[in-house]
Write a protein that binds this ligand. Structure first.
Ligand SMILES: Cc1cc2nc3c(=O)[nH]c(=O)nc-3n(C[C@H](O)[C@H](O)[C@H](O)COP(=O)(O)OP(=O)(O)OC[C@H]3O[C@@H](n4cnc5c(N)ncnc54)[C@H](O)[C@@H]3O)c2cc1C
Length: 402
């Protein structure tokens, strides 16, 4: 079936939080939206398998998109959840320095946080134990605005609102071709053809491929990094009140294995960061030859590997050994007993990498006539989802006015 194009129709690829938020915002502005996703329902990939954290905006370089959209997103995501009855709680969090050598990095986080307008302050071990009685540290950063939310619930609300606004969402619709001409864009899927004036690519783990289908030559490739989680045995959930994070390694865009009390009351531990052998590689057993070749053929992967192979080997070892995973967590909470971890879900991060091996830190998108392609939407893109949606709508309207 070919849907006729109207004067302001837009096709959005991807029913993760970024695609849905963009479609919702475009719909609110009067555009006729059609969302296409290859899966059977929304939030099947990154959005539905993340840590469920509303990040405060602490970590990000002041002035970056992550800092501005992340900080604004923390407020808008909380307000949206509250307005629509989705589980949300602003618990606050501790970033914990366990050695003196981590203090400079902790102070740098404080500086960034203050510059980004995040309510945060340095506290000593006694102050930290006032929030988290079982934590061990030499100092900690207390952040008040961090919280937890049910992102699947947020996406279910967005799906409902898009449909109520007259938009369409088609699942089982993997995009196989994108052609543009002077009047619009034709998108082929495995289940039909759609036509519209504009196109937005929010395909997450496959966003570089969808961009190439549309004729772009993105300067980045998506490299998949799996994040694995354990859950604390339910009788030990009282050991964690909110969120306990380590001081992150500034060389990496990942935050380190942390403890998170979810909206369900369960405590999640993770995620680590291991190179995945498939873009949807949720376990070591998922190997996709095409994905693996795509990663291996990208010169950046080898450059990153040559520089950081020790970190990679350490993460792989931690992935394969529950004991090592636990010993990382015990640096934060020493009283965690043996056998306290139960394997839980995993998520795969779509991390854009440049040819020189640099991991793209900020959100990244490319414009084409009447098209926007989101090529890097890592954490905190769930937190910032509604803000990214607004940015995409602004950019698309600008592109369409040209
Ligand atoms: C382990 C982990 C923990 C994280 N923790 C947090 C956190 O606590 N807080 C936070 O703010 N962020 C977190 N993030 C980041 C956050 O989850 C992502 O930034 C966000 O979900 C990205 O959303 P998205 O819509 O871009 O991608 P996705 O949710 O991956 O959605 C992309 C969609 O595109 C669809 N698609 C792909 N290819 C095609 C195609 N060819 N045709 C049709 N459809 C297609 C997919 O099926 C998918 O539904 C975490 C991420 C991970 C992986």
């Amino acid at each position: 079936m070919v849907a006729p194009a109207s004067s302001n129709s837009v096709i959005v690829a991807g029913a993760g939080i970024v695609g849905l938020a963009a479609a919702y915002e475009l719909g609110r502005r009067g555009h006729r939206v059609t969302v296409l996703d290859k899966e059977a329902s929304e939030a099947v990939h990154q959005t539905g398998n993340n840590s469920g954290v509303i990040h405060s905006g602490l970590y990000y370089a002041p002035g970056s998109l992550k800092a501005t959209l992340g900080t604004a997103g923390a407020a808008s995501m909380k307000a949206f959840a509250q307005a629509h009855g989705v589980d949300v709680e602003i618990t606050g969090k501790l970033v914990v320095a366990t050695t003196e050598s981590q203090l400079p990095a902790l102070k740098e986080l404080l500086r960034r946080g203050m510059e980004n307008g995040v309510p945060c302050r340095l506290i000593g071990p006694g102050g930290a134990r006032g929030y988290e009685p079982y934590v061990q540290c030499v100092a900690a950063l207390r952040v008040e605005s961090t919280g937890i939310v049910d992102y699947r619930g947020i996406c279910a609300v967005l799906v409902r609102l898009i449909r109520e606004g007259g938009g369409e969402i088609h699942f089982h619709s993997e995009i196989t071709a994108v052609r543009s001409d002077s009047r619009g864009v034709t998108v082929e899927t495995v289940s039909g053809t759609h036509r519209a004036d504009g196109f937005v690519n929010c395909a997450g783990l496959h966003s570089d491929r969808v961009a190439r289908l549309a004729g772009l030559r993105p300067e980045v490739r998506i490299i998949p990094f799996r994040g694995e989680y354990y859950e604390l045995a339910p009788e030990l959930a009282h050991l964690v009140n909110g969120l306990i994070y380590p001081v992150p390694d500034p060389a990496f865009p990942f935050l380190g294995v942390h403890l998170t009390k979810m909206t369900t009351g369960a405590v999640h531990a993770g995620p680590n960061a291991v190179f995945a052998f498939a873009r949807e590689g949720y376990s070591w057993l998922n190997v996709n030859p095409r994905d693996l070749m795509d990663s291996a053929a990208w010169p950046g992967l080898w450059k990153l590997g040559a520089k950081f192979w020790r970190v990679g080997v350490g993460e792989a070892a931690r992935s394969l050994s529950r004991k090592r995973f636990l010993s990382g967590l015990r640096q934060l909470v020493p009283s965690l007993p043996d056998d306290c971890l139960v394997p839980a879900h995993a998520g795969v991060r779509a991390q854009a990498m440049r040819r020189n091996g640099a991991l793209v830190d900020d959100f990244l998108y490319e414009r084409a006539p009447r098209q926007i392609h989101v090529l890097n939407s890592p954490s905190p893109a769930a937190t910032a989802g509604l803000e990214i949606g607004r940015l995409i709508a602004d950019e698309l309207e600008r592109e369409s006015d040209k």
